[in-house]
Design a binder for this molecule. Structure first.
Ligand SMILES: Cc1ncc(COP(=O)(O)O)c(C=O)c1O
Length: 367
């Protein structure tokens, strides 16, 4: 039986603030951290190209609103998480007390692990990643090891929340190693407000979007970008995409259920803090099966290979667009071009497309 009390303590809103204060980090804004990356090249030339990704029209319903998607695989390691990795590392470098040890720890089941290990290598930071069981010979493990990260795996019996308590233990044992804590760190959302959100506003100009749709991992992308869009355009509709098998705020115990990438409820009714603290959001569910078939369907329509969370976002954006006027716009994000596992499942293991998705979307016709 999992004891959830240690997680509840961590997720309480003041825990992270107390931890940051005790570590002695100075106050540095997300904007300052972001411009240190892109303007001052604090992480080197290679990382200054992060962000500024294309916003393009993608297939939408024939008689509905147009759907625009931000293509995040244009980032250096190929995912939206490069923004957060660069921003958090730059923030640490600017905010850490004089003579700090340049040691970080963070947990991730996927994209952030890759991004963090690469950014830390570039910044000469000693990085420990806490992740799901993996071993030498796995593509994921070998990539992290090639970037010089120290890899700590939880056990098969443990759940997502154990990644967090393992990080906490490491940070308590090695007091000079700072834990970034992506689910609770307000900078996660603030970096998306300063980068993803402001970029979309510049790209759309006066074309006010009717809705913003993004999948929830930590909720940083959804919530931070929504803040910038609402700041520019007023109270637009904000919709979080979440897995049908493990929806946001799910009550069941959340034991490692397969879902589309980078997403999933924690279980026990726990709601991701960044999302819980945000106003006026709604949620829509997409199953893994439907997102994988969305990947195939999208490639057939466009020739473009998108990841499973991108496909989930596309499906929800498409459904919302079908209820709107053709003069309107729905904006979403395509976090990656797909993990090797999702790509193999979507394009090799699944023999046929799933009729529900094809029927529902194609019934509208494509604009
Ligand atoms: C592929 C993918 N999509 C979406 C997300 C969600 O991002 P966020 O943590 O900002 O909610 C992630 C997060 O890791 C991801 O890896």
């Amino acid at each position: 039986m999992t004891d959830i009390n240690p997680y509840l303590e961590l997720l309480e809103s003041s825990w992270h603030r107390r931890y940051v204060d005790a570590f002695g980090l100075r106050k540095v804004s997300a904007e300052a951290a972001w411009s240190a990356v892109v303007d001052e090249k604090i992480l080197g030339e290679e990382w200054s190209t992060v962000g500024h990704t294309p916003l393009v029209e993608v297939p939408g319903p024939k008689h509905g609103a147009r759907v625009m998607a931000k293509l995040e695989w244009h980032n250096p390691t190929g995912t939206v998480k490069d923004r957060v990795a660069c921003g958090l590392v730059a923030h640490y470098l600017l905010a850490a007390p004089e003579g700090s040890a340049r040691k970080l720890v963070e947990y991730s089941g996927g994209s952030l692990a890759r991004a963090m290990s690469s950014v830390c290598r570039a910044a000469d930071i000693d990085f420990t990643i806490v992740t799901y069981p993996c071993q030498p010979g796995d593509e994921f493990y070998d990539y992290l090891a090639s970037q010089g990260a120290t890899i700590r795996c939880i056990t098969e019996e443990q759940v997502f929340l154990d990644l967090m308590t393992t990080c906490r233990q490491i940070a308590e044992q090695e007091t000079d190693r700072f834990w970034l804590f992506q689910h609770h760190n307000p900078l996660n959302a603030a970096l998306h407000e300063a980068s993803t959100g402001r970029e979309i506003v510049r790209q759309l100009g006066d074309d006010r979007p009717a809705a913003w749709v993004a999948s929830i991992g930590t909720g940083g992308t959804l919530v931070g970008t929504a803040r910038a869009l609402r700041d520019a355009y007023g109270d637009i509709r904000v919709v979080g995409t979440t897995p049908s098998e493990a929806p946001y705020g799910m009550i069941a115990d959340g034991h490692n259920i397969p879902v589309y990438s980078g997403s999933g409820g924690h279980g026990w009714g726990i709601r991701q803090p960044l999302v819980r603290q945000a106003d006026r959001m709604s949620h829509r569910n997409v199953s893994k099966e439907v997102s994988l078939s969305g990947m195939r369907h999208f490639r057939d329509l466009t020739g473009m290979q998108i990841g499973s969370s991108a496909a989930a976002n596309w499906i929800i954006a498409f459904e919302i667009a079908a209820t709107l006027d053709p003069s309107e716009t729905v904006v979403t994000v395509f976090p990656s071009a797909g993990t090797p596992t999702d790509l193999a499942e979507a394009f090799e293991s699944v023999p046929t497309r799933y009729p529900r998705l094809v029927d529902d979307l194609l019934a509208h016709g494509i604009r």
